[in-house]
Every structure is written in structure tokens, then in C-alpha cells.
Design a protein around this ligand. Structure first.
Ligand code: RIB
Ligand code: CA
Length: 310
């Protein structure tokens, strides 16, 4: 079977780090590159976090810095969950790896246009880089297999009652992506809040006793402490790797085709993903949203991903 070629656009971020872990070493996935923007922390921090992650995991993939700020809004970061570094909880060796010289938007455009096979774009942070690429070179739409993103929800948010962090960081970018005409698959809080890194999950992954399990358990212990403080969760929702788990085993989720628009009203619902799951408005269905997830299979995929490292 042909490997699925992907670009992972992210804002590492504890859960982004596990998404990179899964993407970087799966027999069915070819990780063409990692593109970075601000989100969980400023670009300077998310960028170096990404370099540290690929260096520690031994992944030979380009890391390209992208947009330091959203299209319109001010930068918002999330130290309450991810800490001052954006990846608190793990001590990396001195950094040797460096960034690829290309801007993330240039990398996205060139990689997609030069690929013979269509490319899947996975985003697990704000969608500023992808939105800029779509606007700068619309031809990439013809060679994007699908856009698979963590963000939004058809219920509530996690920053405001209405909006989820990745979307609210750059609602205008999300609007560009959701109206692009590309196949958009959304993995929102409705399913990601079902996959909590409970203590028994940490114990299970710790037992693997390799470099990746140490990485997972140390990061998740801090992630969980912060999620408990902010949301009272017994385990943090491991949001971002749900995108990769879907690519690895699409049967892990059930999807619903819906019309979805992004609230750009600048009111209390700014950044909401308005998903018409009952098709009240009879508008064109422009996205697919995950409405359920097989939690057992998800943790099996995470465990298998960790075991693929030494
Ligand atoms: O709302 C969860 C999302 O926001 C995740 O991608 C997390 O990493 C943060 O970016
Ligand atoms: Ca993220």
C-alpha cells in the first residue's frame, strides 16, 4: 500500500508532541515536514520545541518556521496548559538540529506542488500557515488530498463557551480553510475530550520502557497537572494525536458531513465552529466532523506508536 504523504502543521504543545511521535515513525505515513506557528506558545518557543522533539525522537524531517501571529487577531498563548516553554516537563539535550531555511508557507506550497501524489495536510494548531498558503497559491487545492484538523467542536469551546483554542487563535484563517473547497475533516473537542490520559494510561505507556515512553510519560504528567488545575480533569484530553489516529485507522471514528461556518462576529461567539449537525439550514455540507471515537483503539494506536521507537 502507498504511504500517505503528510505535512504536519502544529504549535508544540504537549499533545502536538505526541502527534509528531505518531506521524514520525508509522509504516503507512510519510511525514514530509513539520510547519510551525504560534499558538500554545510564541513561535520562538513552539519552533524550538519542534526541533527538540524531532532531535530527541531521531526524526529526519524538515522543521519550517511559519507565522508568528494570526492573520488579524493578536497572538494568544496557553501557558496555563503547556507552561512557559510550551512543552514543560521534559529536559532535552543541547539542540544540534536547525530549522529548514524555507518559510512554512513556502514549504507547504512547494511540497504540495512538487509532489506527484496528493498530500494530506494535518493541522493541530491555529491554521494561519495553511490559510496563507491557500491564498498565496490556490493551485495547491488541486493536490491536497484532505485537510485533517484538530479544532472546534459542535458543542462547546474550551477557551470561551463557544470557541476552541485552535480556531479562536485565528478564526479568519479557519474561515479560509473551511471555505477552501478542500475536503476538511474536523476532530473537535466532542471526541478529543473522550481520550483522557488517565493514570492507568500513563502506567501502561511507562511499562514500554523506551525513549518514547519516557517522553510520553514525563510530558503527560505535566500536561495532566495543568489540565487538572484548569479543567479539573483526572487526565488531560490527548487532542492532537486523534488526527493521526484517524489516518492510521479511519474506522476509529464515525464522521458526519455537515455545513460548518466560523463565527467571525467578534461577539461572545467569536471563533465558534457553527456545525449544522441537524441540517436545519440545508446549506452545502463543507466539512466532515468526528462525532464518536473508539477509545480503546485509540490507546492501542498510541501504545503501538510508542513501541515503534527504541
Ligand atoms: O484545544 C486544544 C488544542 O489547542 C490542541 O491542539 C492544543 O495543542 C492546543 O493547541
Ligand atoms: Ca496543538
Amino acid at each position: 500500500m502507498k504511504k500517505r504523504k503528510i505535512i504536519l502543521d502544529c504549535d508544540p504543545g504537549h499533545d502536538d508532541a505526541i502527534a509528531i511521535l505518531l506521524a514520525g515513525n508509522h509504516p503507512d505515513i510519510e511525514l514530509l515536514g513539520i510547519t510551525i506557528e504560534s499558538g500554545n506558545q510564541t513561535l520562538a518557543k513552539t519552533g524550538f520545541n519542534a526541533l527538540n522533539i524531532v532531535q530527541y525522537l531521531g526524526l529526519n524531517v524538515p522543521v519550517c518556521l511559519g507565522s508568528p501571529e494570526p492573520l488579524i487577531k493578536e497572538v494568544e498563548v496557553c501557558p496555563a496548559i503547556h507552561g512557559e516553554s510550551g512543552l514543560d516537563g521534559f529536559d532535552f539535550d543541547p539542540l544540534i538540529r536547525d530549522f529548514d531555511s524555507r518559510h512554512a508557507v513556502t514549504f507547504i506550497i512547494d511540497t504540495i506542488l512538487n509532489s506527484i501524489q496528493p498530500v494530506t495536510v494535518v493541522t493541530t494548531g491555529p491554521m494561519t500557515n495553511l490559510a496563507l498558503a491557500l491564498k498565496l497559491e490556490p493551485k495547491i487545492k488541486l493536490k491536497i488530498d484532505e485537510i485533517v484538523l484538530m479544532g472546534g467542536s459542535y458543542t462547546n469551546g474550551n477557551v470561551t463557551p463557544a470557541a476552541e483554542f485552535n480556531i479562536l487563535c485565528d478564526p479568519e484563517a479557519a474561515h479560509i480553510v473551511f471555505t477552501s473547497g478542500c475536503i476538511v475533516k474536523l476532530f473537535g473537542l466532542d471526541v478529543t475530550r473522550k481520550v483522557l490520559v488517565l493514570p492507568e494510561i500513563i502506567t501502561r505507556m511507562e511499562k514500554i520502557n523506551n525513549s518514547a515512553s519516557l517522553f510520553f510519560t514525563k510530558l503527560m504528567k505535566v500536561f495532566n497537572e495543568n489540565q487538572k488545575k484548569v479543567f479539573g480533569f483526572e487526565g488531560g484530553p490527548l487532542h492532537d494525536p486523534v488526527t493521526l489516529a484517524y489516518l492510521i485507522d479511519p474506522k476509529i471514528v464515525s464522521m458526519l458531513k455537515v455545513h460548518c461556518d466560523i463565527d467571525l462576529s467578534r461577539g461572545t461567539s467569536y471563533g465558534r465552529t457553527n456545525c449544522d449537525i441537524f441540517d436545519y439550514l440545508k446549506l452545502p455540507k463543507n466539512i466532515e466532523i468526528a462525532v464518536s471515537i473508539d477509545v480503546k483503539k485509540y490507546w492501542d494506536i498510541i501504545e503501538e506508536g510508542i513501541k515503534r521507537y527504541t
